[in-house]
Structure formats: C-alpha cells, structure tokens
Design a protein around this ligand. Structure first.
Ligand code: ZN
Length: 253
C-alpha cells in the first residue's frame, strides 16, 4: 500500500479565505495521521477523514499557525458529538495540556483531555509506528522547540521540515526522500541572526543536497507569494517542484 500526503493548509501566520494554516493528512494502509493542526486545518481534515477515527496527531511545534486547531479538536471530541472510541495519541512538544488549559482557564486540563487525546511529548529521535507508518522526529532550528519528520511506509519516504532554518538534522531527515515538504517562509534572512526559517533558495538547495525525487514548497510567508517562492526554489533545485495547495494529494510509491 502507498503512502499519501494530502494538503489541508499552507498559510502563515494566519489563515486566509480558502487557505488554512499548516496542516496535512498522512495516509498509509488504514492509518490516518493529522500532521500539524494550524487554524482552519480541522475543517479541511473533515473533507477527507473523520477526526474521531484518526490514528494519531503529530505536531511539529506549538506556534499558533501549527497547533491552534487542537483546541477546536478538543471541543469537537468533548462537546461536538464526535467522541473517539479511544483517546487519540498526540505527539507534540511538551506543555500542550498547560497551554490548552491556559486558554480555557482550566487548571485540571490534563484530566479533561485524557478521555479524548493521549498526549506524548516529542524529543529528538522520537520514533513511533502508527499502523505500519513509521514516524521519526528530529529537533530542528527554530525559535522554539521544533521538530522535522521523516515518515516511512513500505519503502516510500516523506520528509517534512516543520518550521526551521537550514540545519544538519533536516538534511538527514530529507536524505533521498521521495517527497520533501519544506517551508519557504522568508524572502531573505539577516545573516547576523540565528536562522529560524528557509528562504526559497535554501529550500531548493536542501532538495538538491538531499537528492529528493520531488519538492513541495509550503508555508510561504506574507512577504512572498507561494508561486514566486516555488519558482525560486525550483530554479535552485532543478528537479520536480510543486507549490503546495489545499486539497491536493500526493501518492508516493
Ligand atoms: Zn509557522
């Protein structure tokens, strides 16, 4: 069985009409994993699968544009008539229950979440298999704790940058991937500052170094256009390069 990536959202830092923030659906065999839960991505997720039947949720980092729909997912499961048969595993950086509890002003959030979402803290090298889909996280270079992902199923490999500047950990995650889903948030970067995002040229250079078969450019910031950033990345990569679009599905293998 193949590994499929469906784009649920690409925008940053805020959702726009017909453009949700960071969110993707990974499907392999019977396994369904929601990868990043940016605002608007839960609505799009439901075009493709049911929230309450997900096998896992995987979150790259806890910035709003990647995680805020977890609040909406909790409300759906707890109050929306969408009860999960068992708590859905959530793999995310530490502190999620405290953050959701802070928003809802509930100190007992861990107990309230427990029937619906089973929280597991990510760490560098975290690895889990969800229904035959291998998920391996590596710490990447952002201004908060953040992870990239290498997903493998039946010989097919998908690599996801999350939000990060160029870093050796991402090169390693992306090596020889069938598909690299990589951010290109920044038009340029001040060389005196620690680099927390990719420019389109960084994205294209990574795809070339890692010898990926296909590059999909996503998470393009407000000073760029998705089409313009994709063209700049493609010029450096020289291989097949797509602009991520909501609703699009890529089947690997
Ligand atoms: Zn972001």
């Amino acid at each position: 069985m193949s590994l499929a990536l469906t784009v649920l959202g690409t925008a940053t830092p805020h959702p726009q009409p017909d453009r949700a923030c960071s969110g993707y659906l990974l499907a392999a065999g019977d396994a369904r994993v929601w990868m990043d839960a940016g605002p608007g991505s839960l609505a799009n997720l439901q075009r493709h699968t049911r929230l309450e039947t997900l096998d896992a949720i995987w979150i790259s980092h806890l910035h709003v544009d990647h995680s805020a729909d977890l609040l909406a997912a909790f409300y759906a499961l707890a109050h929306g008539g969408l009860p999960a048969a068992a708590p859905i595993p959530v793999y995310a950086p530490a502190g999620l229950a405290r953050r959701i509890g802070g928003f809802l002003d509930r100190p007992d959030m861990a107990e309230r979440l427990a029937p619906h979402l089973a929280l597991h803290d990510l760490y560098d090298g975290h690895s889990v298999t969800v229904g035959g889909l291998g998920l391996r996280a590596s710490a990447v270079q952002h201004d908060v704790e953040a992870y990239g992902l290498r997903a493998e199923h039946d010989g097919s490999v998908l690599a996801f940058s999350g939000d990060t500047g160029p870093c050796p950990a991402l090169d390693e995650l992306a090596a020889d991937a069938d598909l690299l889903l990589c951010e290109a948030e920044s038009d340029r970067w001040d060389a005196t500052l620690p680099q927390g995002h990719h420019t389109p040229e960084d994205t294209g250079a990574l795809a070339a170094r890692a010898r990926v078969r296909q590059l999909v450019v996503t998470h393009v910031g407000p000073t760029l256009t998705p089409e313009g950033a994709t063209a700049r990345a493609a010029a450096v990569f020289g291989g097949r390069t797509d602009c991520a679009r909501e609703g699009q599905t890529y089947v690997l293998g």
